[in-house]
Design a protein around this ligand. Sequence first.
Ligand SMILES: [Zn+2]
Length: 465
Amino acid sequence: MKKLLLVSLTLQLAMVGCTVDNPVDNPVKDLSTQEAFDEYKSSYISYQLAEANFFEPEASFRQSLLYRMCQAMPKGADLHVHCDALLPIVEQIKFVSDHPNELVVCCVAGKDFGMLRYIGDGTPCPEGYKTMADALKSGCTQDDFVRAWTIKGTGTQRAWDWFEGIFDKNINLTSSVSLLEDYYTRAFNFYLDQGVVHMELRPLFFGDHAAALERGRAFYRAMNTARKKNPEFSVRLIGCGLKAKTDAYDKTQYNEMLIDNAVYVSLNLKDTVAGLKDFLVGLDLVNEEDLSVRLTDFKELLANARKQNPNLHLTLHSGESLKSDNVEISSALSLGAERIGHGFNLYKYPDVLAQVKQKGIPLEVCPISNHYLGYADDLTQHPAKDYIRQGVSVVLCDDDPAYLEGNPYVDDVFAAVVAWNLSLDELEQLFRLSITKSFLTEDLKQQHLASFEKRWAAFRAQKWQ
Ligand SMILES: [Zn+2]
């Protein structure tokens, strides 16, 4: 009788058709999770990662048993992910197709290709725009949209410039509250399927107080829909301001509005949704660091915001830079940041590194984002590899996954495992830290931790082929 293998259904399904490192003439082996992880990792050579195209669904690394193991393993929290950039692009194409009366897309070759427009308020469809279904019938291919909406299409442009253009193209993606709710319901379900149980999302609340509150409620409803699938799942919001570029925006006015709206949502959402406690729990400031206003310029704005709501946590993008004069991590700490977004250049400042380590301040590390935006051309040289081994708290995150990778979060886990030669114990610790360093209440952290320990033990007890 054929031997039964205690392999998760996910893995069994994923292994159908696999020919890369599971040749059919190999004898069946029963490997413990530890043995399988070590064996599959050693069969995947890190230099292959340099050639990996994360946008290619059929890329060989996706066929590897190690990748499938990374997919199947339970995970913790994703603490650094920006809004409107969550669904894999093939899912986003489907989302746009499913809303033909609200969203149309430019299907004319040229610089506007892929630009999304909202027509749900009766605005006439602009010339050259079509519903996604008609666009795909009229010669525009799915890969054209993958190029238009991801960093795959960068070509000769500077990566950051191309990347920011992607947000301009997609700015209308969640123009209405119903679009937002549907998009995030799909996104949360997708992350749940990847084993992520808590997310801290970073929205920008444009418009007035009422609009901000309405969008806050839509995020909350989307979370609750996902919780029907798994009641353990949770989401919290981190309201973002922009470290506006001096040449593009009036930094004061723009950021006051965004931070003011975030504080308003944090204080008022719970009064309009029965049973809700804290949903918007923190603040952050974002933008390309080397071209932005310094964090210290926002000292007063952040202090005022936290005076209005002293419960708000603070995490700040800082150290996402290769410049020699960038001391933003130090500034973030002086402003009271409890977590650091990226923290890439921490290795340049041993005193700051010692402080971060001693205080247990976690770095929200986003490997694939760092790779494609030019901070870590070779992921094997990414400094997080050393941070982890020096005892700095690191949590694995994915930043803007939709526009930077093919399979949100799992691609980052896989890249970190291969590039930094992470052991299974190190990976377990990263997932555990992502829960303990979240901005959830202690009670909820304990609930998530207890559940993680159970799921991880079950994963460790599996047998692999
Ligand atoms: Zn970010």
